[in-house]
Design a protein around this ligand. Structure first.
Ligand SMILES: [Zn+2]
Length: 88
């Protein structure tokens, strides 16, 4: 008798969320996208983050600075107009 025992190892039906390693698109530093963060991002409807925490901070800072620059730029433009008028 030949007993053919095939042990089937079924993969877990549920796909537990695991920590992911993602390379930052900006500085190329690999960072961990933790399971907890993944759940939070899914709940908020966000995709997978492309930037590491540091670059995200920098991005937010850059946005703040550019907003400030916009205000200054308006002032400067006004000043430039005055000079242009003087030249005329
Ligand atoms: Zn980065």
């Amino acid at each position: 008798m030949v007993s053919c025992e095939t042990v089937q190892i079924k993969p877990p039906s549920r796909n537990p969320i695991k920590d992911k390693m993602i390379a930052c698109v900006q500085c190329e530093t690999p960072f961990v996208f933790t399971a907890a963060e993944q759940k939070r991002f899914l709940n908020l409807g966000f995709g997978i983050p492309k930037r590491c925490a540091e670059c995200r901070k920098k991005k937010f800072k850059a946005i703040r600075i550019s907003e400030r620059r916009k205000h200054n730029g308006n002032k400067r433009q006004g000043w430039r107009k005055d000079r242009e008028l003087e030249g005329m």
